[in-house]
Design a protein around this ligand. Structure first.
Ligand SMILES: *Cc1c(COP(=O)(O)O)cnc(C)c1O
Length: 734
């Protein structure tokens, strides 16, 4: 367990008395808890911090480091005795210590022992771990965060590499017209659970990356995520030009040159950082193309260390490399022109002893085609022996999309398999649901949450109890929505009557549908408005009303996406939708958690097959919400007719307009004929029995299959162990 240094109190020259010792001891234990993100997926520990100061806790994005910095040990001690927290603090602290020390009995120790000395190095451009650590933008980041949390829980030897963005992604506000404004806030390093990473001699680490126009420096931070070490590279260091000091300020900010430089730091810099740390990975996992320069630096190191030729080294490194692609949209893959590539990879290329044309060929589908730019996905595929998409359907799409890379193979033999995404259950499950599962699934479910059999016991749940728990969570969401909407109104200086109305917005008894995701046009947030008048009637129905909670950011450069937000946010001016369709600003992990835990239905209606996987619906499953979704991404393999609702029949039309019109008609139909009647069909006790049955089916059939525990186990068994052992007959994950 890491030693926490706390400055000695001024009075420590004289012998401290018992209460001083206790105060400092309590404070140190809380600080130790705050400095490992393990606390964030343990609701008892979250509640402990909250109980120290509930109001402040909310104001500071649930950041325990800020909370503790604002209090003296004496104040903490006073609060501890007032709230009788002492035993809870000791227990939490002991649990963390046991968790970090007891690694010999984990699943990973049993099943992935060979990775022990040679861990997996997991590269990702973003990590979504908690709302107080703003180094993520959306789905990819949350997936990476969930991946490393589950690796920690399972005890899979893994280190993670990412970038530290001091401004993160933008904060979203809407102006009076409903137009998205972006605001970037500086995060202070001292407010984050980070410390300088140190080499085996205890010195802080700075890596150097050569480019044709000088070198780039990056320092390395260490963040503790349970048992996993997450290393974050940061270009804000002395010795870099003022422009380069801002290189890693913002996630997905800047132009293509910024982008390739960030990716150079992540990939090449990340591999150099591992070497400086003394970590010798057995497997390199590139989560999406952003880090696909990494294998080039590994190849160079291997040539230098073992005297291999470029080709020999490439073969060995590729055998150790696993690549995951996430993007079914051709325009979503990073591409760079030859000038940018040579400027940034030129020095490394010379050390590899390959020509400019050879290097460019690694990033092209047709190596000789001078008109083709350099694509990060292509080099990722070429430098890895194992590649996978993130759902079964996305696997088909990816094999078709990249078939030209293997022109001699038929589509079915294109070596891109799939491992469907999943979510980290402890992060997304509401505490009252944890308590319910403790009661019905038996205490050992925490250790076995990735096993489907464990979840069968949910069929024994008392329907009334499940329904009550769900409704308590729904009330919590409504409270959250009311607080947020009235705050939004106050900030826009709206009419006092409007602000007042926000305090009672939404009806706790009405069917509540949630929709939250990035506002990209293909996700069609406005699909439900295509049949505008019919939808207005459904929403406004006096006996069986329907209400919607929306949230999501548009990329700052995406004007059509911003227009979608505006259209939905401005429905509050239409009397038929006012008070029944709300838009929550600044979608983040906190908003996501409230929404997936409290809605009745989780809606997803992307243009098929453009949703690679989607994970928010999986979070909703755990908490008892029912998915109503187009048969795309994970839902195409999850839906069985009885565990949710489907929009459309799993086909797509080549014409977008026809597609949209078919899907919007079917969305209306499924709401009108299936969702609404089932929700409002009550028995003599007022319970919607058939609805609750569907909730139970959903949990029983989906919770384990779409958990990150199952996902990480799949990666270990289908990719990591093979890559670490150099077994290489089967090239894909099928
Ligand atoms: C889960 C999550 C996502 C990804 O959800 P999708 O279903 O892929 O859209 C994005 N953003 C946040 C904040 C999340 O929690």
């Amino acid at each position: 367990m890491s030693q926490i240094q706390v400055p000695a109190p001024a009075a420590s020259l004289s012998r401290p008395n018992w209460t001083e010792l206790t105060a400092q001891d309590i404070y140190d234990k809380l600080l130790a808890l705050a400095r490992n993100l393990w606390w964030s997926w343990h609701p008892e520990v979250v509640n402990l911090f909250r109980d120290l100061d509930p109001v402040r806790w909310r104001q500071i994005d649930h950041n325990p480091i800020v909370l503790l910095a604002e209090m003296t040990p004496e104040q903490v001690a006073e609060r501890t005795s007032e709230m009788v927290l002492y035993t809870r603090i000791n227990q939490a602290h002991r649990r963390l210590k046991d968790y970090l020390c007891n690694t010999r009995t984990t699943w990973g120790a049993r099943e992935a022992g060979v990775l022990g000395a040679q861990p997996v190095a997991y590269f990702s451009a973003e990590f979504g771990l908690h709302e107080s650590v703003p180094i993520y933008s959306g789905g990819l980041g949350v997936l990476s965060g969930d991946h490393i949390k589950s690796a920690s829980g399972l005890g899979v030897p893994l280190v993670a590499i990412g970038l530290y963005y001091d401004q993160g992604y933008f904060k979203q506000r809407l102006n009076e017209e409903g137009w998205q404004l972006e605001e970037y806030l500086d995060t202070k390093v001292e407010n984050l659970p980070m410390e300088p990473a140190r080499d085996p001699q205890g010195r802080p680490i700075t890596v150097e990356i050569e480019t044709l126009h000088g070198r780039l420096l990056a320092k390395v931070w260490l963040m503790h995520v349970g048992r996993v070490h997450l290393y974050l590279l940061d270009c804000d260091v002395e010795g870099n030009s003022p422009e380069d000091r801002e290189l890693t300020s913002r996630l997905y900010g800047g132009d293509l040159r910024t982008r390739i430089r960030q990716e150079l730091v992540l990939g090449v810099g990340g591999v150099k950082a591992l070497r400086a740390l003394g970590v010798k990975p057995g497997v390199f996992h590139l989560n999406e193309g952003h880090s696909a320069f990494a294998p080039l630096e590994v190849i160079r190191q291997r040539m230098q260390d073992d005297g291999l030729s470029f080709d020999e080294s490439l073969r060995e490194v590729a055998a150790q490399t696993v690549f995951t692609t996430h993007t079914p949209v051709p325009a979503g893959h990073d591409r760079f022109d030859g000038g940018l590539v040579e400027e940034h990879l030129g020095p490394l290329r010379q050390k590899l002893g390959i020509s400019f044309e050879q290097l460019m060929g690694l990033g092209r589908v047709e190596p000789q085609n001078e008109h083709e730019s350099f694509c990060m996905t292509v080099i990722g595929l070429k430098l890895s022996r194992r590649a996978n998409a993130v759902s079964s359907l996305h696997g088909h799409v990816s094999r078709r999309m990249w078939a030209n890379l293997w022109p001699w193979r038929v589509e079915e033999e294109i070596p891109i398999g799939h491992i469907t995404n999943g979510v980290h259950i402890p992060t997304w499950l509401a505490y009252p649901m944890v308590q319910l599962y403790d009661k019905y699934l038996g205490a050992e479910w925490h250790e076995r949450m990735g096993e489907p059999e464990v979840w069968q016991a949910i069929y024994g749940v008392d329907p009334g109890e499940l329904w009550e728990t769900h409704n308590a969570l729904k009330s919590r969401l409504l409270e959250f929505v009311r607080r947020r909407v009235s705050r939004q109104s106050r900030r826009r200086n709206e009419d006092p009557a409007v602000i007042e109305a926000a305090r009672t917005i939404l009806d706790p008894n009405a069917l509540t549908i949630g929709f939250a995701r990035r506002f990209a046009t293909y996700k069609r947030a406005d699909l439900f408005l295509r049949n505008f008048d019919r939808m207005a009637e459904l929403v406004d129905d006096a006996n069986r009303p329907v209400q919607f909670v929306f949230a999501g950011k548009a990329h700052p450069a995406d004007e059509p996406g911003k227009r979608l937000i505006q259209r939905i946010a401005n429905l509050r001016h239409d009397p038929r939708f006012a008070g029944r369709v709300v838009f929550i600003e600044d979608y983040d992990i906190n908003v996501a958690r409230h929404m997936v835990q409290g809605v009745d239905v989780w809606l997803n209606n992307p243009r098929r097959p453009l949703e690679a996987s989607g994970t928010s619906g999986q979070k909703a499953v755990l908490n008892g919400a029912l998915n109503c979704s187009v048969l795309d991404g994970w839902w195409a393999e999850a839906y069985n007719g009885m565990n949710g609702f489907s929009i459309g029949n799993g086909t797509s039309h080549a014409n977008d307009d026809i597609n949209d019109s078919r899907d919007s008609d079917d969305l209306l139909r499924v709401l009108q004929e299936e969702v609404i009647p089932l929700f409002y069909k009550r028995d003599a006790d007022g319970l919607p029995r058939e609805w609750i049955q569907r909730m139970t089916n959903s949990i029983a059939t989906l919770a384990a299959r779409f958990s990150a525990h199952r996902m990480v186990i799949d990666y270990v068994q289908k990719s990591y162990l093979v890559a670490a052992g150099g077994l290489s007959s089967d090239m894909s994950v099928r």
